[in-house]
Design a protein around this ligand. Structure first.
Ligand SMILES: Cc1cc2nc3c(=O)[nH]c(=O)nc-3n(C[C@H](O)[C@H](O)[C@H](O)COP(=O)(O)OP(=O)(O)OC[C@H]3O[C@@H](n4cnc5c(N)ncnc54)[C@H](O)[C@@H]3O)c2cc1C
Length: 401
């Protein structure tokens, strides 16, 4: 279909793009546009604008700007596509050399690749571990991860068994409305976690369940304030927070705990910590670097081995004591697990458990394990209302005398 969008619209778009993207990476010179107008196919379309984008923020901004002006855009990696997928007569988005990063994970079991990495380079990085990426297109010496993933490239050896769809563990995607999606697998869990960003709003989902949203922080903040109220007479308090999430509980605790307090936060999913330091950095502010805070990547259960370690243990690692993201969290909520947690608390300490719902059997188990239990109903949006959530405050008896 012929492009009927006027040159004036492209001029206007160029000016909008130049607000956040350096002019020298907004390519409009005819010769250069012509050069970008070919890929390995026999089609030729000359783009009106070629963008050389160097960051995720720029990608989101460029996509949103095109969408607002109703201007179509196409991505291009190495341009080895054979069906004309990487040519455009409108806006062509390419990525600069800033997108060639990689990180080896689990001794070569996995590799994190940016979309500008050439396929053969990925294999070079993995060779010392005697591993390689799944897809093996014949163009692997030229084509890039962005194109390999988008095309679900296959090859003579991988067939369909080891193509991108079968071998990608998690992926960061920007949708055509500029929404960012990042996914992460939960060690030992069933559903992947997904981070969705729409403007300044973030949501973390497990499967189709929304676990948390950046506009609903009331009950997670209450977890910190109710716990602190229970132990405020303790000197040099040590608080263990199970689950970093969006950091609401951590930030609320930092606001009320004294300067000599210690806060240890256990987060099982490394990507959640990476999201906190990356796309959600503005939400987290300086909280992760506060000298009172230690972030431990791993299972909160592993930090409960030992006696008299903490004044408060705050658990917000699931949707409630019946587990959701991880079956093995169940052991936190059994009588045996709760007795272990009781041991990890100092006398007079408190275990606080966040849940989206109440559970009479869990209350019973807390009592059986030796806790004195009260329950609080809290609202997702604090004073503004919202969904009702549930917090158990389970106290370890204080020493007598
Ligand atoms: C000689 C030759 C041999 C080939 N052999 C094979 C083969 O064996 N198996 C096979 O599957 N293919 C093969 N191909 C086709 C092609 O090389 C592969 O599909 C390759 O993976 C495309 O990668 P690219 O980096 O060139 O992507 P491009 O051609 O630049 O783009 C491919 C697609 O991905 C999209 N895209 C690119 N970057 C991004 C991004 N960052 N985000 C979202 N979308 C993006 C583009 O819009 C386009 O639709 C061959 C091509 C040639 C020329």
């Amino acid at each position: 279909m012929a492009n009927t969008i006027s040159n004036a619209t492209y001029q206007q778009l160029e000016d909008i793009l130049a607000v956040n993207i350096d002019r020298e990476r907004i390519v409009t010179q005819e010769a250069k546009r012509l050069a970008y107008g070919t890929d390995a196919s026999f089609y030729r379309l000359v783009p009106k604008i070629v963008l050389r984008l160097k960051s995720l923020d720029e990608v989101i901004f460029a996509i949103q700007s095109c969408r607002e002006m109703a201007v179509p855009f196409t991505f291009r990696a190495a341009g080895t596509s054979l069906s004309g997928q990487a040519v455009s007569d409108s806006v062509l988005m390419t990525l600069t050399d800033d997108w060639r990063g990689h990180q080896i994970v689990d001794n070569g079991e996995k590799i994190i690749l940016q979309p500008g990495v050439i396929g053969a380079d990925a294999n070079k990085y993995l060779a010392p571990y005697q591993r390689k990426i799944g897809p093996d297109p014949a163009s692997i010496n030229t084509c890039k991860i962005g194109g390999i993933a988008a095309n679900n490239a296959s090859g003579m050896c991988c067939g369909t068994a080891q193509n991108s769809y079968r071998t990608v563990d998690s992926i960061k995607i920007v949708f055509s409305d500029g929404t960012l999606l990042d996914t992460a697998s939960v060690p030992g869990g069933q559903d992947d976690l997904r981070l969705l960003q729409r403007g300044s709003e973030f949501t973390i989902m497990a499967g189709s369940t929304s676990l948390m949203n950046s506009r609903m922080s009331g009950s997670e903040e209450a977890l910190a304030s109710l716990s602190w109220a229970a132990i405020s007479s303790h000197s040099k308090p040590h608080m263990l927070i199970g689950g970093l999430g969006m950091g609401f509980t951590l930030r609320a605790a930092l606001a009320i705990l004294p300067a000599d307090a210690r806060i240890t936060v256990a987060e099982l999913v490394p990507a959640v910590v990476a999201w906190a330091r990356g796309p959600m950095a503005e939400v987290f502010g300086t909280s992760l670097d506060d000298p009172r805070v230690t972030i431990r990547e791993g299972d909160v259960g592993a930090l409960l081995a030992g006696d008299n370690l903490y004044d408060a243990i705050l658990l917000d690692v699931d949707n409630g004591p019946e587990g959701l993201t991880r079956d093995s969290n169940d052991r936190l909520y059994t009588v045996k697990g709760l007795r272990r947690t009781l041991g990890a608390l100092r006398a007079g300490g408190v275990l606080a458990v966040w849940s989206s719902h109440t559970s009479a059997p869990f209350t019973k188990r807390l009592v059986t394990a030796g806790f004195a239990v009260t329950e609080e109903k809290v609202r997702a949006r604090g004073a503004k209302g919202g969904e009702r959530h549930h917090i158990w405050l389970a106290r370890k008896p204080a020493l007598r005398g």
